[in-house]
Design a protein around this ligand. Structure first.
Ligand code: SF4
Ligand code: SF4
Length: 432
């Protein structure tokens, strides 16, 4: 069992004032109305029910017993990317916790036996039976190895997408990590458990968290490096959340590859770019797409319990996660270190980024909705002249690349590790 309950967020649901800060990018951050909505769900389904606002009312009705987990309620609960844009917006106004309401709605729906929806249930089953969401019985052979002594400094957690789906990213990331000269071992378990958590199966996700942490502890390892934004957030935020702990109490720390590489390049000066961008990319407008899970969702988890007084004042004081301290700078610093690069920004960037559309189980459960959001993101890019998109999440890369192919959008997409590998002379971007 896990101690994450919808009931703990009843005060938040009750105090939603309907201001819609969870839907719109705050006006001081957006240049106009065209890219002003940041909630993919309401952007696609139009009704307030498909926003954090509506889901707060739904949560209240479920808690008070005036609503039940009907098929409509389940539809509303799962047609959401769990992207956290609403949470950032809400905390500019009222310091409520809409994202925790969205997560605990799923957990409660599963407890009541009304969820997960069949596509997410099938993926969860694959994770439970085979250890990975793709249902692959045997790990693919891995000709690319990382150097490892008996006591490696770091452990590389590739995640299921690189291991089973985008093998070229696995090889590129391994090559970049090898080039750092640090001693890595590769984590044996492919899954961080995120598919279970987004399905609402918190108990099963917790079991994976415990198994993964226990492996680390037995191996005496303390630092994990991953190139996957979803794995990064799961290890950093969801594991302590599931275990009733805090990020800074965990027996390990987790780094995204961009953070490690940024440190080695800009602070320790032990990594140097030797190759410029290839001619096909030189002079192009390049933008970094903030993956929700590496950016606004990745702030440290700090549990809170206490009482609320007048105006909701908390005792002891509650520390809020507002998205401000997510990882935004490391990938940008790596890109800015490239000679002659023209780095531009999406109108919706950093904590106001628009989800690529794949998160929260949406890519599997509601592919049309997922694709519509990806199309919006590409349209936003085209509107401001972006020609190349770089990201730090294999799921964003896969999903936006598929959308670009579908629409014929004149945009090239890369993972940050591919760009770094090229500039280190380990990879040829023009061949990909
Ligand atoms: S921003 Fe917060 S208070 Fe305002 S409508 Fe959205 S959930 Fe409710
Ligand atoms: S998590 Fe994302 S998709 Fe879901 S309600 Fe919030 S902003 Fe909308």
């Amino acid at each position: 069992m896990v101690d994450i309950k919808l009931e703990d967020y009843q005060w938040d649901a009750l105090n939603c004032c309907g201001c819609k800060g969870c839907i719109w990018v705050d006006h001081i951050y957006t240049p106009g109305i065209r890219h002003g909505i940041k909630c993919p769900s309401i952007m696609h389904y139009f009704f307030d029910s498909y926003s954090a606002l509506g889901r707060c009312k739904l949560a209240l009705g479920l808690l008070e017993g005036s609503l039940e987990f009907s098929s409509t309620a389940i539809d509303i609960i799962y047609k959401c990317n769990l992207c956290g844009a609403c949470d950032v917006g809400c905390k500019r106004n009222l310091d409520l916790e809409p994202l925790m309401i969205l997560e605990t709605l799923r957990i409660k729906a599963v407890e009541k036996g009304s969820a997960p929806p069949p596509p997410l249930k099938a993926i969860a089953q694959s994770v439970l039976e085979t250890g990975n969401p793709y249902g692959v019985q045997k790990l693919p052979s891995n000709p690319e190895t990382l150097s490892s002594s008996s006591a490696p400094q770091l452990v590389f957690f590739p995640g299921c997408n690189m291991l089973f789906n985008q093998r070229h990213l696995l090889k590129v990331t391994q090559n970049v990590l090898s080039a750092t000269g640090l001693d890595f071992a590769q984590f044996p378990n492919p899954c961080c458990g995120r598919p279970l958590y987004v399905a609402g199966m918190a108990t099963e996700a917790k079991a994976i968290a415990e198994a993964n942490i226990s492996f680390l502890e037995r191996a005496g390892l303390h630092t994990i490096v991953t190139g996957c934004a979803e794995c990064y957030k799961t290890w950093k935020v969801d594991y302590p959340k599931l275990l009733g702990s805090a990020t800074n109490q965990m027996p390990y720390r987790v780094l995204h590859t961009s953070q490690l590489l940024d440190t080695l390049m800009t602070r320790q000066h032990t990594l140097q770019f030797v190759h410029p961008l290839p001619p096909a990319l030189a002079g192009k407008k390049i933008a970094y797409h903030d993956a929700c899970n590496l950016g606004r969702l990745s702030e440290e988890w700090i549990p809170w319990s206490g009482t609320r007084g007048k105006w909701g004042l908390t005792s002891p004081p509650k520390i809020y996660r507002r998205g401000t301290y997510g990882e935004y700078d490391s990938p940008r610093k790596l890109l800015m270190a490239i000679e002659d690069i023209e780095l531009v920004e999406f109108p919706r960037n950093r904590e106001n980024t628009l989800c690529c559309g794949s998160g929260g189980g949406v890519m599997n459960a509601f592919p049309d909705f997922a694709m519509a959001t990806a199309h919006s993101r590409l349209k936003e890019a085209i509107d401001v002249g972006i020609e190349v998109i770089v990201t730090g999440c294999p799921f964003c890369l896969e999903h936006l690349t598929r959308a670009a192919r579908q629409t014929g959008a004149p945009i090239r997409l890369y993972d940050i590790a591919e760009i770094v590998a090229h500039c280190l002379g380990l990879y040829d971007l023009e061949q990909h």
